[in-house]
Design a protein. Structure first.
Ligand SMILES: O=c1ccn([C@H]2C[C@H](O)[C@@H](COP(=O)(O)OP(=O)(O)OP(=O)(O)O)O2)c(=O)[nH]1
Length: 150
């Protein structure tokens, strides 16, 4: 069992830790730890770092990916600018969500609103080695639509 540790901050008070909404969900929803009296309004094209109110410790060999919620993206054009955001296993600062409003109207984020989702995934840190030649393959240098676009 992979264990992720959370340390909550003062402004997290009363909010829910990241949670999986269904039994097999890949992402645990993250909530905005904004002051109740100061919701955050994002104008079209505007971006902001939204606090989650917690810090975390992932086990070595894991990362957390911060991804948009498709419902917010579809209905309001609200997405993560740096998707997927990367949380390193050695990061101990507050986890923040970089949101951008790609919609045509302002969007207001309220305290406790589910703004993004977090996927915990294994990573590898391979050994990098420089060589003079790489092996031949059928694809070779073909890319960017070399097999056709339909
Ligand atoms: O959406 C994000 C992305 C990153 N981070 C935090 C955790 C991560 O471990 C740290 C650094 O992120 P990243 O490596 O993407 O940032 P960088 O621009 O390369 O900066 P740094 O020089 O701090 O690594 O910032 C977040 O809280 N939310």
């Amino acid at each position: 069992m992979v264990r992720v540790l959370f340390k909550t901050l003062e402004h997290f008070e009363g909010l829910q830790l990241p949670a999986y909404e269904t039994a097999l969900a890949a992402g645990a929803d993250l909530r905005a730890a904004l002051p109740t009296e100061a919701p955050m309004s994002l104008a079209p094209g505007e971006r902001a770092l939204v606090p989650t109110g917690f810090c975390m410790a992932l086990p070595a060999g894991y990362e957390a990916q911060i991804r948009p919620r498709s419902g917010l993206a579809y209905k309001h054009g609200l997405t993560c600018l740096n998707t997927p955001g990367t949380i390193d296993a050695d990061y101990r600062g507050e986890v923040k969500v970089l949101l951008i409003n790609h919609g045509q109207e302002s969007f207001t984020i309220m305290r406790g609103e589910r703004i993004a989702q977090m996927v915990i995934a294994p990573i590898t840190q391979p050994e990098f080695e420089q060589v003079d030649d790489l092996d031949d393959t059928a694809r070779g240098a073909g890319g960017f639509g070399s097999t056709g676009v339909n």
